[in-house]
Design a protein around this ligand. Structure first.
Ligand code: F6P
Length: 543
């Protein structure tokens, strides 16, 4: 990987000049003047239709951004990523979640060894285990089949599985899948209060097996379980997914109930591994496999397609364009399906934990913006919540709209309404409503000139708000796999251009360290030296 400060590249300088010339670009005029615009900025690939023509770009912007990608070494970096080089330098690790969705004949080397057979061994274990639990041949300690599954994990050991199981609810079988993540005891109690220990399976998911939240929740659940079941039944009801086998064994889980993972799979990219066991249990192994197939197809597209037609590359370049030139701080993700209601939360970890870095690959503080803020909620609910600000507020918020041509329950009437809103919003954000249009509208309502004058400024929409539309045929395990992998690769491209290490997360450590120190003080009722605010609050809390 190159260590290029992007702002020192030729392309960056050209982009700065280009931005100055173009910042007043009017999208409506661009569409009016260029009948080919939609065609030029739409990519069709498999069941994906990606239209980024409603962005504040011209063909020149696109080619300059591609120049930037080339100058920062994106092509070679993609080779290093898929080639298993230790691109996670600060932790000395390869980044190979892509190996988890490879075919059996693939050759993926980590430290000189082909890891494919190991990956397939674990996949086989996931398959057998899932089938046995779903069919009911694997039973609980009283001989009853399992009815409920609880995934205990946090961050990447929770968000991916919970997002995907929710997204694929339509494909679910009879097993009820629950998630406990927060160390908040009310969370764990709410989840277990109605569960029957005889028919509940617990999956402890922790790559490190040292995460405070997960260990506390696991210990609480194990004690709850032990109050109702004999000691030896723990082996039948608790399995773990981890790369820290000794710690799992010490917790009391049988070796055969451990699903391994590897340090070359980052937590926030791990749903494709045994971390996705709850997904496989929820929708069956075949659907889990289809999810992986979708991701693999996106991997191939990303690896092999020239930048101009490459969906993750183009979407990543747009985020750089807004983040670094328009200085837009946030990006909204609006899925028009309730099934994807956890997708923005999932992306928050994937994107912000990856590229929320202020130091470049040489360890120098960066003097440009890196990771953007990601947020969102499903449409149409979000239209009735925060869209006001996107339409008429003072901030520029580029938004990704994700929709599907077909609804799963074949609710034609609902789907037409949903999608009418989907298309209407991006059109409204682009076109806005001029004062002339507002005037005409108000005049047609027979409003007096005085009333019109008063109301007019409030009803004007400036428009010119950028959006990208991702339209997919149908929400299936495979299309979902493609969609997730698309954003994974977008993250990678951003990191290459911003010259940061995307695959570590040192920024979460300090809070953890201080929490363990403060926990001691709380338990001992002995407040030590802190800033006066923290000290006063701790005393108030302990009083
Ligand atoms: O939040 C920090 C983090 O390390 C994430 O990257 C990770 O997904 C999460 O904690 C959980 O870690 P583990 O799987 O080791 O319990």
């Amino acid at each position: 990987m190159k260590h290029t400060n992007p702002t020192r590249t030729e392309a960056w300088k050209k982009l700065e000049e280009h931005y100055t010339a173009l910042r007043e670009l009017g999208l409506k005029e661009e569409f009016r003047n260029d009948p080919e615009r939609a065609e030029a900025f739409t990519l069709e690939w498999e069941d994906f239709y990606v239209d980024f023509s409603k962005n504040l770009i011209t063909r020149e912007t696109q080619s300059l951004l591609q120049e930037l990608a080339s100058e920062t070494g994106l092509k070679e970096a993609i080779g290093s990523y898929f080639g298993g080089e230790q691109i996670n330098r600060t932790e000395g690790r390869a980044v190979l979640h892509t190996a988890l969705r490879e075919t059996k004949d693939a050759h993926v080397e980590v430290d000189g060894e082909n890891v494919t057979s190991e990956v397939f061994e674990v996949k086989e274990k996931i398959k057998t285990f899932s089938n046995d639990v779903i069919e009911g041949s694997k039973k609980g300690y009283t001989g009853k089949a399992f009815t409920d599954v609880v995934n205990i994990g946090i961050g990447g050991s929770d968000l991916g599985p919970v997002m995907v199981t929710e997204a694929l609810e339509y494909y679910k079988n009879h097993l009820k899948v629950h998630f406990v993540s927060n160390v908040d005891g009310d969370h764990v109690q709410e989840v277990i209060k109605d569960l029957n220990p005889e028919t509940t399976l617990f999956i402890i998911v922790s790559k490190s097996f040292s995460t405070q939240e997960t260990l506390s929740n696991s210990t609480t659940i194990r004690s709850w379980f032990r109050k109702k079941a004999p000691a030896e039944s723990v082996a039948k009801h608790f399995v773990a997914v981890s790369s820290n086998v000794p710690a799992v064994e010490e917790f009391g889980i049988e070796t055969e109930n451990i699903f391994p993972m590897w340090d070359w799979v980052g937590g926030r990219f791990s749903l494709w591994s045994a971390v996705g066991l709850s997904i496989s249990l929820s929708v069956g192994y075949d659907n889990f496999e289809s999810l992986l197939t979708g991701a693999r197809k996106m991997d191939e597209h990303f690896r092999e397609t020239p930048f101009k037609e490459n969906i993750p590359v183009q979407l990543a370049l747009l985020t750089v364009w807004y983040n670094n030139f328009f200085k837009a701080e946030t990006q909204a993700i609006i899925p028009y399906t309730q099934y994807l209601h956890r997708f923005p939360a999932y992306l928050q970890q994937a994107i912000m934990e990856s590229n929320g870095k202020g130091v470049d690959r040489d360890g120098n503080k960066v003097d440009y913006q890196t990771g953007n803020i990601v947020w969102g909620e499903p449409g149409t609910n979000s239209q009735h919540a925060f869209f006001q600000l996107i339409h008429q507020g003072t901030k520029l918020i580029p938004a990704d709209f994700i929709g599907f041509k077909r609804s799963l329950h074949n609710e034609k009437d609902h789907h037409n309404k949903l999608m009418a809103n989907f298309f209407a919003q991006t059109e409204a954000l682009l076109a806005g409503k001029s004062s002339n249009e507002v005037r005409q509208e108000l005049e047609s309502k027979k409003m007096s000139e005085q009333e019109i004058e008063k109301l007019l400024p409030f009803k004007v929409f400036e428009g010119n708000k950028p959006t990208t539309t991702i339209l997919i045929n149908e929400l299936t395990p495979e299309s979902l796999g493609k969609l997730i992998a698309l954003y994974e690769h977008q993250i990678f491209v951003q990191g290459v251009i911003w010259n940061v290490y995307s695959y570590d997360q040192w920024g979460v450590e300090l809070g953890k360290q201080l929490a363990s120190k403060i926990l001691n003080e709380i338990e001992e009722n002995d407040v030590q030296e802190h800033d006066s605010s923290t000290k006063k609050m701790l005393k108030f809390f302990l009083k």
